[in-house]
Design a protein around this ligand. Structure first.
Ligand code: GAR
Length: 201
């Protein structure tokens, strides 16, 4: 088993988590060591359980501030000493407390070609604006919404007006690109030097 430990934070279905689990069950360059959700009914917790990965629910409603919630998550993550914290549909903005703790070790995937369409409803916005392309972005996280240096993007022609079909296509791209980027970080093909993202390939 790899000693490159990854912690995954989720809020929902966890299809990206599943893609990550599937990839690194076969390819042992990364060890998915724990999963944390801020939603009790997140299906991603079931996926983690099925894959025998330690998983936790931390109820953000139990804390009076963003920082207290984040500290509770950090206390869990500390046990695993993650080399990388992966946000996979984790739908909360993180404060400086969390972002600084995991500086250059915290990544997110977002369903748009950032900087276009930060926030929610990206597929609807793409269709409404009749964009030719839609896509996905993996980025390091800073403490702005869907902000931080971009690591990788993948795009696709918008060939449907059906939002569900478009979303499914975007999920396909996400499930390819996210495990690839995680592997590249584990293998030091992507890293940060003097505040700049360096890609070796
Ligand atoms: C994914 O499409 C991800 O890009 C998005 O949430 C979805 C989670 O799906 N994240 C964001 O919008 C973050 N701003 P999943 O739970 O099936 O992986």
């Amino acid at each position: 088993m790899s000693n490159f430990n990854v912690a995954v934070l989720i809020s929902g279905n966890g299809s990206n988590l599943q893609a990550i689990i599937n990839k690194f069950q076969k390819d042992e360059s990364v060890n998915v060591s724990c999963v944390v959700s801020n939603k009790k009914d997140a299906y991603g917790l079931v996926r983690a359980e099925k894959a025998k990965i330690d998983n936790y629910f931390v109820d953000d409603k139990n804390f009076s501030s963003r920082e207290e919630f984040e500290q509770a998550v950090i206390n869990i993550l500390d046990k695993y000493e993650p080399d990388l914290v992966v946000l996979a549909g984790f739908m909360r903005i993180l404060s400086g407390l969390f972002v600084n703790k995991y500086e250059n070790k915290l990544i997110n995937i977002h369903p748009s070609l950032l900087p276009k369409y930060k926030g929610l409803d990206t597929h609807r916005k793409v269709l409404e604006n009749q964009d030719e392309y839609h896509g996905v972005t993996v980025h390091f996280v800073d403490n702005t919404l869907d902000g931080g240096p971009i690591l990788a993007q993948r795009r696709t022609l918008v060939e449907t007006q059906d939002i569900k079909e478009l979303e499914a296509k975007i999920h396909e791209l996400e499930h390819e690109i996210y495990p690839e980027v995680i592997k590249d970080i584990a293998q030091k093909q992507i890293y940060v030097l003097n505040g700049k993202v360096i890609k070796e390939k």
